[in-house]
Design a protein around this ligand. Sequence first.
Ligand code: IPM
Ligand code: MG
Length: 354
Amino acid sequence: MKIAVLPGDGIGTEIIAQALKVLEALGKDGLKLEMEQAPVGGAAYDAAGDPLPAATLKLAREADAILFGAVGGWQYDQLPRAKRPEQAILGLRKELGLFANLRPAKVFPELVEASTLRAEVVAGMDILILRELTGDIYFGQPRGLRRLENGEREGFDTMRYSESEIRRIAHAGFRAAMKRAKKLCSVDKCNVLETSQLWREVVTEVAREYPEVALSHMYVDNAAMQLLRDPKQFDVMVTGNMFGDILSDEASMLTGSIGMLPSASLDANSKGLYEPIHGSAPDIAGKNLANPLATILSAAMMLRYSFNQDQAAARIEAAVSRVLARGLRTADIHRPGTQKVGTAQMGDAVVAAL
Ligand code: IPM
Ligand code: MG
């Protein structure tokens, strides 16, 4: 099992280091993992003048899975778009055809009190957000900045989805729902957008092949509201790239901290890139403050989805639960009565709990 390890920027290096500790511990127990690191994002720009150097892309292409930290930093904000760190993750998704982004938002019972919502609203919540990742307004052409006749500047982007793109993510949504509570909510804005109208038509067609799944449709504004009102009504939510970006951040916070949520981005053959859904958090980088659990849980998703190592994945997840049950907390989830620990201590604790 060959893994390309791309730590990236900011807290990326610290959190990836913790996930590697956990994978190495499993390695000692017989899991055969081959890991190779490469720079990505701002770190790669600094080293090679390119956020996604050819060598990094090659390593990612040739690996069976990619473990990714985070990219971005204020020092890169003024660079032209093509050189910005975000282009690395967008490029990897596009180049590797990683169209299905799984973002589970599940509340650990120990962290119910860390949510900004009342415990009874979030306790037991278990949502899977399935976000389409290689289309939509993120990649649609034309896009750009232009000068209008009156001399004013205009920015424009294109939201677009082809039928086949919608169809394959819809299938992924129904398949995911079949493995869970068999409820799929498709999120769109079909009262306003043509793209969404096609989205809804195609999802409805695909639904005929999954008679056991209860399909519902929801406008994205309503979905944003319903996630706060009653998140437990949802099982699997399937949506486009842009809406999924926003709703998955929202859903993550219901669980107490964005620092807890892993993700998987899969291609048609379950090759995947695994990353925490949070960013590079430059404000806390290098301070041993970041929560490594989202990255450690991303490594668990990698073992499950790309390597079919369900047992090893479950071991990691159980170890995380045990550490939380023991009261260990990084700053983002710390509450009075729990024990505050740093990034490295949290990683060590998970290894010990394995
Ligand atoms: C995410 C991030 C990325 C996105 C950024 C870093 C390009 O917000 O993975 O959700 O918008 O997809
Ligand atoms: Mg995002």
